[in-house]
Design a protein around this ligand. Structure first.
Ligand SMILES: NC(=O)c1ccc[n+]([C@@H]2O[C@H](COP(=O)([O-])OP(=O)(O)OC[C@H]3O[C@@H](n4cnc5c(N)ncnc54)[C@H](OP(=O)(O)O)[C@@H]3O)[C@@H](O)[C@H]2O)c1
Length: 406
């Protein structure tokens, strides 16, 4: 037994770094060297071959880790053994994070943005803090300013006080302190507030993100919508949530990204109206021909009515993720690209095409009864054809225009 352990030790000792790195390539280990020095001079030593039992030596706090992007980022960080702190406020929303990493890698800490001590405990031993916490609605307990500005302010200030090396702030496309939209304005102000504490914070502005169960696509899948012609008119460059998480993972380990601003967006510009039309076909609302698909069960409405409806909706249902007045305001603001910001390219990432992924993410929403009748699988080419079709002029008298989309 003893001799077997000895020979194992000898085997491990004789393995060259090159061999280990070669094995790591299989797992796409995020770090290039085993010994890394942080900005404040702390030494981080990586262990293992790059898989689940490895450790990168880093500790990262991910605020908003229970959200759509947060859970993917946490999983990317934890799978190579970065000790991850996931501050949470809702016990149920954190459960799925438990299995993202090896035992002891994903650590939970209950917190509230009003409770400073809970924030202190969440960042106390971390090397990097990533702030994904954000809200696009005013709820009963927290306004957008509370969550986006004050939340970021407190997290950044406390992180600085506790000597956290780096701060990564996830903002939003169109973030601008002077924006007429409350969401874009609060995100813009939050960037400035964070920079007061961390002048070298990395700012990441994602475009609307699609992925499994994304709000971006799910919002457009509802069958009945009042005033969809207004609400969905915004034009954006949707991006894949997996790639935003990949970019954030790179940023976390790469100190040269400190102080830079990244805008992460897809290559193709889509209007939400156009995407919604495409989705109607893909989820087989078109099974009865052209007419119901083109108008769906939507109720197009004049702008002033939608405006009033959104205003009332926001006031009467403040805790619902419903169409509120800011949704109306955002519908008027197309996505603007900041030419001075860095992009995926600067991180060595080639942006995904929405057409490659759309069907995969929409498939679970296909109405079961219609699956039997229409089994079209929308590959990239079909999706692009569909896009051309929904944008082409229609013969509105051809109520049963079977085949016309081919
Ligand atoms: N999704 C997009 O298309 C998009 C586009 C542009 C920018 N962004 C920004 O990117 C970031 C991540 O987006 P996401 O889609 O992952 O957001 P998300 O799913 O809505 O997640 C938001 C996270 O913030 C937390 N949070 C919100 N308000 C809070 C509060 N008052 N106190 C404590 N925690 C709070 C949520 O906690 P709970 O889980 O407990 O609710 C959740 O973990 C956000 O800052 C968002 O504004 C997103």
């Amino acid at each position: 037994m003893l001799s077997m352990n000895k020979s194992k030790l000898a085997f491990n000792a004789t393995r060259s770094i090159a061999q280990i790195n070669q094995s790591r390539n299989i797992y796409r280990f995020p770090l290039e060297s085993d010994i890394n020095i942080t900005k404040t001079g702390k030494t981080k030593i990586a262990h293992g071959l790059g898989g689940r039992h490895s450790r990168t030596g880093y500790q990262v706090s991910v605020f908003g880790g229970t959200g759509f992007l947060g859970k993917i980022l946490t999983s990317k960080l934890a799978k190579h053994g970065t000790i991850t702190i996931a501050p949470f406020r809702n016990g149920r929303s954190k459960r799925h994070l438990k299995v993202c990493g090896d035992l002891g890698v994903v650590n939970f800490h209950e917190f509230d943005i009003r409770n400073l001590k809970s924030i202190e405990e969440s960042v106390a031993h971390s090397d990097v803090v990533v702030n994904l916490l954000g809200s696009s609605t005013n709820t009963k307990n927290f306004s957008m300013a509370d969550a986006n500005i004050e939340g970021s302010n407190r997290i950044a200030k406390i992180s600085k006080d506790f000597g956290v090396d780096r701060f990564v702030q996830v903002s939003s496309y169109n973030a601008d302190p002077n924006s007429p939209s409350e969401f874009f304005a609060t995100k813009g102000i939050a960037e400035e507030v964070v920079k007061q504490h961390y002048p070298d914070a990395t700012i990441v502005r994602p475009a609307p993100m699609y992925g499994r169960n994304s709000k971006f696509l799910n919002d457009m899948l509802s069958i009945k919508v009042f005033g969809g012609n207004i609400i969905y008119r915004q034009e954006v460059y949707p991006t894949h949530v997996e790639q935003v998480a990949q970019a954030l993972e790179k940023i976390v380990y790469d100190d040269s990204t400190a102080g830079k601003t990244y805008e992460l967006y897809g290559n193709e510009r889509y209007s939400r109206v156009e995407l919604r039309e495409m989705l109607k076909y893909m989820i087989h609302l078109n099974q009865y021909g052209f007419f119901p698909a083109a108008s769906g069960y939507d109720m197009p409405a004049p702008e002033f009515l939608v405006k009033i409806w959104c205003l009332l909706n926001g006031k009467l249902n403040p805790s619902l993720e419903a169409f509120d007045y800011d949704t109306y305001r955002r519908s008027t603001l197309h996505q603007k690209i900041d030419p001075s910001a860095l992009t995926y390219k600067d991180l060595g990432i080639v942006s995904d095409e929405l057409a490659d992924w759309l069907y995969k993410y929409v498939k679970p929403h296909i109405i079961a009864s219609s699956q039997a009748k229409n089994r079209t699988v929308y590959g990239k080419e079909e999706v692009l054809k569909l896009r051309d079709y929904v944008n082409s002029p229609k013969n509105y008298l051809d109520l049963f225009g079977y085949g016309s989309k081919n």
